[in-house]
Design a protein around this ligand. Structure first.
Ligand SMILES: Nc1ncnc2c1ncn2[C@@H]1O[C@H](COP(=O)(O)OP(=O)(O)OP(=O)(O)O)[C@@H](O)[C@H]1O
Ligand SMILES: [Mg+2]
Length: 264
């Protein structure tokens, strides 16, 4: 096993009854890489991420996270991975302070040092004032900041994040980008899903585009442009082409305009 391979997925399948949420995808993420997972709503991104973490069992296929098998070595994987889930925080009746202390204790981190770092992150994300406020009372974006900090407190080797930047304000996005940069500079790797094309184009070394459970494109921006036959295009155009939505968007817009004009 190559030490540089952080995530290896081969012919992965996950079905929910008749729904082929993930239908035979393969890819690798290497050390030092920021890897973006893109796709329309329902494409299978969250299902893929949950499979990587051992939160769902695949119907078929093979997954290795730093050489470990999520189905049998979930605990070892969790100690080396930071995970930001798509769902909001579940520990609503805790304050960030309680939550970070709890994380320090379950991950056997030094309490004082961890609390200092957590507060430093909070401050850099403009949320230190909420340190002792119940998570339930925080705004969506501030809850998201707490989730991100919770995922990085133990200095994981790999970050797996499901739409981590959704709902964050512009300054926080910048700060999180820096945090990811530092993580990568120190030999880490990141896989994250996003719907924000500019962020994917800006942050990712390689991007996988899913559609209806399958990979319809994978590679660097340049490779994706070639796969979409859209040389010089931006990621949005490439994305719409590869997910076969480019024609339908134009048709939808035309139809909406026509029916609006008919009403008025
Ligand atoms: N627990 C479940 N039971 C049944 N179907 C499910 C379940 N989880 C996901 N699905 C279905 O699997 C497909 C993929 O869902 P998934 O949540 O992975 O998509 P996604 O790419 O993350 O979408 P979004 O961009 O909206 O977050 C969808 O058709 C979804 O309805
Ligand atoms: Mg999702």
């Amino acid at each position: 096993m190559n030490d540089n391979v952080m995530i290896s997925v081969s012919e992965l399948q996950k079905f929910f009854g008749d729904i082929k949420a993930v239908n035979g995808i393969s890819f690798e993420v290497k050390k030092g890489e920021v890897f973006g997972l893109l796709g329309p709503n329902g494409a299978g991104k969250t299902t893929t991420i949950k499979l990587l973490l051992g939160l769902l069992e695949p119907n078929q296929g093979d997954i290795r996270i730093m050489g470990l098998n999520p189905e049998t070595e979930e605990v070892q994987i969790k100690s080396r991975v930071g995970y930001v889930s798509e769902e909001p925080l579940i520990f609503k009746s805790l304050t960030p302070k309680n939550l970070f202390n709890f994380i320090a204790s379950i991950r056997s981190l030094e309490a004082e040092e961890t609390s200092k770092r957590a507060q430093e992150y909070l401050e850099s994300l403009g949320a230190l004032e909420y340190y002792e406020q119940l998570v339930a009372t925080l705004s969506h974006g501030n809850k998201q900041k707490i989730q991100i900090i919770s995922a990085i407190l133990h200095d994981p080797d790999l970050l797996i994040m499901d739409e981590p930047l959704a709902g964050l304000d512009a300054k926080s996005v910048k700060v999180v980008k820096e945090v990811l940069d530092i993580h990568i500079e120190n030999g880490g790797a990141v896989l994250f899903s996003t719907h924000i094309m500019e962020i994917a184009e800006d942050l990712c070394d390689r991007i996988a585009i899913m559609n209806r459970g399958k990979l319809v494109g994978i590679g660097t921006m340049e490779e994706l442009r070639q796969q979409a036959d859209r040389l010089g295009a931006n990621l949005e155009d490439v994305f719409l082409r590869l997910t076969e939505q480019d024609i339908s968007v134009n048709e939808i817009v035309k139809k909406l305009r026509k029916s609006f004009n008919e009403r008025n």
